[in-house]
Design a protein around this ligand. Structure first.
Ligand SMILES: [Zn+2]
Length: 299
């Protein structure tokens, strides 16, 4: 998946670092990022002769290489703004992940320039990633929206869905799984039951956690579950949410493995092992079938 950059390591703790020559600059405008893509993506590098260090905010490091955010376009010949979405599946993977991850932080910083309580200009805290209001003392921490993805299983069949068409939705939706955001006051398991019921009218049990994925495109943390249909398998489609929801047998699933998104991995894992995905796994073990056969597992 996009965030799986091992053996490289993400250090996402905040430090009040000042940018130095050679550090990487992530620069965004709306949904676009300043990038060069010539057989592999790259980003501008800080040059103290041409750029003012005070304008950059430290984001994170990958294997010691530091990444900083710039709100204003930097002087970078050969680079151009392109949609962050285009980084899905781009190489090298750790740089694609860095650009996508940075976009979540960029949107958060952009939305927290002013205090949400009193409207005063906020300032960055000196010790942690937090925007503080000097007028009223309000503290704003990075915001992540939890959401679930659910592989709904009936015998040897998996429920595949397509989003309804509409504003802000893909023009040609892929096959996906039931998914939705957690509401205030519910557990992830309750989100699973509610979303499956709302979108398809199905009741599920045997809810089994699979894996999670940070999904910066929507500012989310995705939690993947498999669950079994309890009672009737008759789908009552919520046409506001979905255009299709059909049970497809394990052998008839035709979805290519893309190594980017949790939804895709969950569909491909079901095709490989069927209802065995409902057997509870050791949550501390990252890869259900071992890293060596990682790609092969899901094909
Ligand atoms: Zn305030």
């Amino acid at each position: 998946m996009l965030h799986e950059i091992s053996p490289l390591r993400l250090d996402n703790a905040y430090y009040p670092h000042v940018i130095q020559n050679g550090d990487t600059v992530l620069c965004y405008q709306g949904d676009a990022i300043l990038v060069r893509d010539q057989g592999g993506v790259s980003y501008p590098v800080f040059d103290g002769k041409k750029m003012d260090p005070a304008r950059f905010i430290y984001l994170f490091a990958i294997d010691g290489q530091k990444y900083f955010l710039s709100f204003r376009a930097v002087w970078a010949p050969g680079f151009r703004f392109q949609a962050v979405q285009k980084l899905r599946g781009a190489q090298p993977q750790h740089l694609a992940f860095a650009g996508v991850l940075g976009s979540h932080l960029y949107r958060w910083y952009r939305a927290r320039k002013y205090c949400g309580v009193c409207g005063h200009r906020t300032v960055h805290d000196g010790k942690e990633r937090m925007m503080r209001c000097p007028a009223c003392g309000n503290r704003e921490y990075p915001q992540i929206m939890p959401a679930v993805i659910v592989g709904v299983i009936d015998g040897d069949r998996l429920l595949l869905t397509k989003y309804a068409l509409g504003e802000g939705r893909p023009a040609r939706p892929h096959w996906a799984l039931v998914a939705g955001y957690t509401e205030i006051g519910e557990t992830l398991e309750e989100t699973v039951r509610r979303e499956v019921m709302e979108e398809t009218g199905l009741e599920v049990g045997n809810i089994t956690y699979y894996k999670s994925q940070p999904w910066a495109f929507t500012g989310s943390l995705l939690a993947g579950f498999y669950a079994r249909v309890v009672g009737s398998d008759s789908v009552k489609l919520n046409e506001q949410e979905l255009s299709q929801a059909v049970f497809v047998s394990q052998k008839e699933i035709e979805v290519p493995y893309t190594n980017v998104a949790l939804t895709n991995e969950m569909i491909c894992l079901f095709r490989k092992v069927g209802p065995e995905v409902l057997v509870r796994r050791d949550p501390m073990r990252q890869e259900p079938y071992g890293p060596a056969e990682k790609r092969e597992t899901f094909r």
